[in-house]
Design a protein around this ligand. Structure first.
Ligand SMILES: NC(=O)c1ccc[n+]([C@@H]2O[C@H](COP(=O)([O-])OP(=O)(O)OC[C@H]3O[C@@H](n4cnc5c(N)ncnc54)[C@H](OP(=O)(O)O)[C@@H]3O)[C@@H](O)[C@H]2O)c1
Length: 296
């Protein structure tokens, strides 16, 4: 039975999806989060990685608060670059264990009209994007033969609030909501991402991988689809990003090309509206045995 250590596996959106999918696919899983100790304490981290002796370490711990990162660059850098770099160095010294590290479409900016490929040049426009790019580089420089970086985007899924949950909550309170229409990305289901990521781990994949559901969408498209699928009565008004002040700049276009992943898996990731329907109609909660539960 292969063994995994999942950083962020007890509380994070991606971490919880990974923990669930790994268990379903017959892996032995341990998680590592704040409750166990400080992952930035290098002695603690080394001791834990040595003791668990995992076949694969999945790093789903990150500074993910994009706007707050603008005022907390040092802290964001510690979690988004120092931590993955340290994981890679510890695994290198141990001489064993694969690393699957997660990154983001926010390493790109746009404007552009065709999906970004793994070999396209990144150009982040936010502190978050820059620190995530630095983390990718640290991992791939230190452990090129035993690490892969999985870039994903615009996640929704069980276990933690996402944009989709926030929209549906707003809709329960208001008749009309305003949502940005001029930023385009790749909405993605956390459980699909977890499934692809475990497949990458099982094949000992290395290098960069784009892993998102099929089809691009604006935030407004995603909000409208979520409302339609839950038969919400709320109207969605389009607004421009510059009418919606946010501290951090976002990419204008960050749809990711998944040809490389599709070739490896032998099939394309399913379209995001299909995945969103699965989430909203039957996958809102994760059960303790690594399965999904429908709405109660
Ligand atoms: N969510 C998205 O839309 C999205 C899009 C693109 C890429 N990604 C990437 O996917 C990966 C996972 O993101 P996510 O959405 O799953 O993030 P998340 O739900 O915010 O989870 C982040 C995890 O990191 C942990 N963490 C944060 N600060 C910590 C600290 N100082 N010490 C210990 N643990 C800490 C959190 O623990 P607590 O729960 O205790 O805070 C949580 O387990 C990240 O690399 C992110 O960049 C996410």
């Amino acid at each position: 039975m292969p063994k995994a250590l999942v950083l962020g596996g007890a509380t994070g959106l991606v971490g919880q999806a990974l923990t669930c999918v790994l268990a379903k696919r017959g892996w032995q899983v341990e998680t590592l989060g704040r409750a166990n100790g400080n992952p930035l304490d290098m002695a603690f981290l080394k001791e834990r990685l040595t003791r668990v002796n995992a076949d694969t370490v999945f790093n789903a711990t990150a500074w993910t608060r994009v706007d707050e990162a603008e005022d907390h660059a040092e802290e964001a850098l510690l979690l988004n670059r120092t931590l993955p770099g340290a994981l890679a160095r510890i695994l290198k010294a141990l001489g064993r264990g694969h690393l699957v590290h997660f990154s983001t479409d926010f390493v790109f900016s746009g404007p552009r009209q065709t999906p970004w490929r793994e070999d396209d040049l990144p150009n982040p426009v936010s502190v978050y994007g820059r620190t995530k790019l630095a983390g990718e580089q640290a991992v791939l420089e230190v452990l090129p033969d035993r690490a892969c970086v999985v870039r994903t985007a615009w996640l929704f899924g069980p276990g933690r609030q996402s944009f989709v949950d926030a929209i549906l909550a707003q809709c329960r309170r208001k008749d009309t909501i305003s949502v940005v229409h001029d930023q385009t990305g790749s909405p993605t289901y956390s459980l699909d991402l977890a499934d692809w990521s475990v497949s990458l781990a099982e094949r000992n994949a290395t290098g960069l991988w784009h892993a998102v559901n099929g089809g691009g969408a604006s935030w407004r498209d995603l909000a409208r689809e979520a409302i339609a699928l839950t038969a919400g009565p709320c109207r969605v008004e389009p607004i421009a990003a510059d009418q919606w002040p946010q501290k951090a700049k976002r990419p204008v276009y960050s749809v990711l090309d998944t040809s490389k992943l599709s070739a490896l898996l032998g099939k394309k990731p399913r379209p995001w509206p299909q995945a969103l329907r699965d989430f909203l109609w039957s996958g809102r909660r994760l059960d303790a045995n690594g399965g999904e539960e429908g709405p109660s």
